[in-house]
Design a binder for this molecule. Sequence first.
Ligand SMILES: NC(=O)c1ccc[n+]([C@@H]2O[C@H](COP(=O)([O-])OP(=O)(O)OC[C@H]3O[C@@H](n4cnc5c(N)ncnc54)[C@H](OP(=O)(O)O)[C@@H]3O)[C@@H](O)[C@H]2O)c1
Length: 261
Amino acid sequence: MPIPVPTDSSTAVVTGASSGIGEQLARALAARGYHVTLVARRAERLERLAEELGNAGIVTADLTEPAKRAALAAAVEEAGRTADVLVNCAGFGVYQPFYESARFRELEQLRLLAEAPMDLMHRWLPGMVERRRGAIINVSSTSAFQALPFNAGYAAAKSHLLLLSEAVHAEVSGLGVTVTCVCPGPVATEFQAASEAEFAEKLPKFTWISAERVAQDALRATERGARLVIPGGPVVEAMFLPNRYAPRGVALSVAKRLMAK
Ligand SMILES: NC(=O)c1ccc[n+]([C@@H]2O[C@H](COP(=O)([O-])OP(=O)(O)OC[C@H]3O[C@@H](n4cnc5c(N)ncnc54)[C@H](OP(=O)(O)O)[C@@H]3O)[C@@H](O)[C@H]2O)c1
């Protein structure tokens, strides 16, 4: 299932476009001729990128707020654009024991990683199905594959996004629309500093890939109509096999050791 061919009035809505993976996905979609709607909180960064890309609009929004998500949908409509592509990429992670973390941060994380993508999918998917054209790319994580002590809320929210994506992928198969869940391992972006995710340093260097590679692999997988992609190629994919298929108790105890500070 290819990514729909861009038209004069279509757009690819990309959340988290002000840095890292979202920025690279926006660049890659723009390079394929897409008008991109760049979404994040840092307006200055979005403006700079929009200016560089040319065929782009920006919407500044804190996506944890339902009203801002409604305003995003309204802004796309007011611009006379149809969202043929939706990339849910905005995110951060809480890397602390659950019993010590701030409740508002845990809830903010859940809203951004689970509620916001579900809301945006639900706003645009029906139109995609009606038109028989559309692609949704949800950026989850290899953290979605198992419970993660000391990063519990993040892994649970990423699992939510993975399971939602897989189920909806099956629902819309044959209807001209595709949903692809992208599960990267470690990627060197601002994420590690923003989320104080030092644990990632413990992962073997060969599992680290660039945000550009994630974007490339995500778009290729979407073009194939793939349900799930672990960017970085077969070696990286193999590295995360135990996370997906080891007995849950075993995965949990290994994860606890890895994630402990
Ligand atoms: N880096 C990794 O190792 C890694 C691995 C697996 C999965 N991921 C996932 O990949 C996605 C992108 O992460 P990244 O590595 O590219 O990190 P990043 O460079 O820190 O980018 C995060 C993006 O999310 C946006 N964002 C954060 N809070 C937001 C909010 N409340 N409302 C709207 N936008 C918000 C940020 O923009 P503003 O600050 O301007 O709002 C930024 O554009 C995330 O979902 C992350 O969980 C990352």
